[in-house]
Write a protein that binds this ligand. Structure first.
Ligand SMILES: Cc1ncc(COP(=O)(O)O)c(C=O)c1O
Length: 406
């Protein structure tokens, strides 16, 4: 008898190297973003996930994450999974039936917390902003007069619409003063702009690897305050997650003993990504991100396109650009991809395209290539844009404001 079932066809896919483009696309989407060579190299290795070298890597990741998160907390974990897994870890460890959550929803990603909280049986109230605007401190203050919550969730930046939670610090204070624990999603903002976990009173802070940190997708980072950690430890009853249980995660991250097989290449890559951030310093990194984004914004506006988000709550790390009604944004993106090998992102529900300004995206050659490709692609459909003026304006901005920064 045959050892295999011949009715199941043996597939013959081509070797990947014959399919992948010889020159990679320039990833200017809302993530994943290009990675530095050191990160790519580290991410191609496998070592023993419980050995001494790995132990050292984990200690360094924790130490470096403390700097990037701006926290003294030691309960920091690299989660095997996307940023959504870290969101689930935060929710699954702090909420359960009988607990109440207030979800500040300004778009697709901030709203995801509500689905997760409902999934673990919590009572959920969603406070939703007007489309394309952030939830404000006033809205939160009003809601906290109506009810109190065990947990309040929020994003620093809503990637889906390029909107910054501009009242973040006031909201955090309001929530804490009302006795709630706070969960902050810094997925598209961490290391691109200031965020101080301890000073701002954040209980759980999380991020992905594939955006500001410029690492490989697949490993996210999360940090728990002492009181959040103790809440998770003291929890009675069933724990809904096994992989995402912080108490089990601490066995690996704190004691070096087996929880599950760690995502070794992703953690090695994360080590290098964090190390490069530390080498650059946060101050210089914030400055590089800010000026890169402002230069691009100047170029986009000078060209004749409009930015979707008003300056007061414009997110610099993901720029939302309005596409004129006469222009098909899908064709713009396709033309940029095929003619210039530049990828930018579409949108969820708005007539916009989105350009990432995170990590390695914020480099001068990438700015020029992206702005030129965007201008040329829109100009093919709408003669009123002036790509040359956009390029000249961006160049003038960089020469005047950011020559030594970028
Ligand atoms: C603000 C924000 N939160 C959460 C996520 C989810 O991240 P992931 O796709 O890695 O699960 C994203 C992804 O773009 C995001 O931008």
């Amino acid at each position: 008898m045959s050892p295999i079932d011949h009715s199941i066809k043996r597939p013959t896919p081509p070797p990947l190297m014959t399919v992948l483009p010889a020159e990679p696309m320039l990833l200017m989407t809302a993530g994943p973003v290009p990675v530095p060579a050191e990160v790519a190299r580290a991410g191609s290795m496998v070592i023993d996930h419980l050995g001494d070298t790995m132990g050292m890597v984990l200690r360094h990741i924790r130490e470096m994450s403390r700097y990037v998160f701006q926290t003294q907390d030691d309960k920091i974990y690299g989660v095997s999974g996307p940023a959504s897994a870290a969101m689930e870890m935060a929710i699954g460890n702090l909420l359960w039936p009988g607990r109440k959550a207030l979800v500040l929803q300004g778009g697709l990603f901030s709203g995801r917390f509500a689905e997760m909280a409902l999934g673990v049986g919590a009572e959920v109230t969603v406070l939703e902003s007007e489309a394309g605007k952030p939830v404000t401190a006033q809205m939160v203050a009003d809601q906290l007069k109506v009810d109190s919550y065990d947990v309040v969730t929020m994003v620093q930046g809503e990637t889906s619409s390029g909107v910054l939670t501009s009242d973040l610090q006031q909201i955090l204070k309001l929530a804490r003063d009302d006795g709630a624990m706070t969960i902050v999603d810094a997925v598209c903002t961490l290391s691109t702009m200031p965020l101080k976990k301890d000073e701002w009173g954040i209980d759980v802070l999380l991020t992905g690897s594939q955006k500001g940190l410029s690492s490989l997708p697949g490993v996210s980072l999360i940090s728990f305050s002492d009181r959040a950690w103790e809440t998770a430890v003291d929890r009675q009853g069933r724990r809904p997650h096994w992989c995402l249980d912080v108490v089990r995660a601490e066995r690996f991250w704190g004691e070096g003993s087996y929880h599950y097989t760690a995502p070794v290449p992703g953690l090695l890559a994360m080590h290098e990504a964090l190390r490069l951030i530390i080498e650059e310093t946060l101050e210089k990194r914030f400055e590089r991100h800010l000026h890169s984004s402002l230069a691009l914004q100047a170029g986009i506006e000078a060209m004749g396109l409009e930015l979707f988000t008003p300056e007061a709550y414009r997110l610099n790390s993901v720029l939302a650009v309005k596409i004129p009604a006469s222009v098909d944004d899908g064709r713009v993106r396709k033309y940029m991809e095929h003619r210039f090998k530049v990828l930018i992102a579409g949108a969820y529900g708005f007539d916009i395209v989105r350009i990432g300004q995170m990590g390695e995206q914020c480099r001068v050659p990438n700015l020029f290539r992206t702005l030129h490709a965007l201008g040329a692609a829109v100009a093919r459909q709408d003669a009123s844009v002036d790509p040359s003026l956009g390029m000249a304006t961006m160049e003038a901005y960089l020469a005047k404001q950011a020559d030594d920064v970028l």
